[in-house]
Write a protein that binds this ligand. Sequence first.
Ligand SMILES: *Cc1c(COP(=O)(O)O)cnc(C)c1O
Length: 408
Amino acid sequence: MPIARGEGTWLYDVDGKRYLDAVSSWWVNLFGHNNPKIKDAIKQQLDTLEHVILAGFTHEPVVELSERLSKLTGLGHCFYASDGASATEIALKMSFHYWRNVGKAGKTKFISLQNSYHGETLGALSVTDVAIFKDTYAPLLIQSTQMPSPDWRLSEAGESAEAYALRCAAELEVYISEHHAELAALIVEPLIQCAAGMGMYHAIYLQRAREICTKYEVHLIADEIAVGFGRTGTMFAMEQAEVLPDFMCLSKGITGGYLPLSVTLTTDLIYQAFYDDSIARGFLHSHSYTGNPLACSAALATLDIFEQEQVLQSNRLKAQYLNTQLGKFVDLPIKHMRHRGMVWAFDTDYAPEKQVLFRQHFYTQALQSGLLLRPIGNTVYWMPPYTISEEEIDYMLTHTQAALQNFV
Ligand SMILES: *Cc1c(COP(=O)(O)O)cnc(C)c1O
């Protein structure tokens, strides 16, 4: 599908036909296409400094961004890369190396959740649990172990989200209590396992995971690459559990969807274990474009918009509006309608043969009607830019409903 230009919530193809970008161009676009504020910030930076080596050198946009991210997350140090998978790699390597530096070299293994997604480079893929991405490369990967996912769809009938999350946390504790001597870190996607089909779970799981990880000296890595920057209703998903991770990975929305940038944040304690004259204790990991000034300027403009336009508050009103319109979604073969912040999802409930057809035709049908949806397996989701208007919400819902009805 050749796209010629974007404007706000819309993409325009080469023939001028428009499509509502209900997936925020793979979860990266927060404030619409052709956003004047972000565009102007990049243009200004382009006239000042496009790039400089970040080893031994620094520049204003990366310093300001680090200070602002540190204030927002409560984690004091930033390490930059250009994509989400690299942020995961950095967190894994830094956790492993930290334990070596503090004399606990036996702590080398990682655990993640069932159905997790943390990126597709070899380290990130090792803690990812999606068979279609992983199976081919299995011989190349490091071993990791998956813990029960607190995704509420996996609960017993009648079990509350909270009760199920606590049951999963209890199983996590059993595993960690037996294996902590060899465990470096637990990595999780806080509140929503997006690539698993928007699997949502109760914040109590994160609270318990934090307590367990602290008790048994295992790092907690929060992969907020998809859920950070307001997606779940708070700036960062971990805020809803009121606990701090040891590492936080951010990317996707960080530049408002303009340029590739990622960052791994960590604590003073972990930073201190690397700060030494001995090179072997240092974190020798680098990317050529680390801390790119243009990308940092887009990130700063994105943070400015959050501050100046009270985005989290206005998103709550948009979410309320969308929720009042969900009454339309009755008498359709769907289940598990769920919502958190600016993410909505439901699963289709067709017989298996029909489900196969659904996968082939629903996407095309929605696209033909001018709506970009990208179902994950049986899950249909909406994850629109925060600039979506009520009229555009109506359009998104009406066209989704029509595509479902046409299919029934
Ligand atoms: C997208 C994503 C990644 C990987 O980011 P890339 O920039 O695609 O490498 C990692 N973790 C989560 C939770 C993601 O959604």
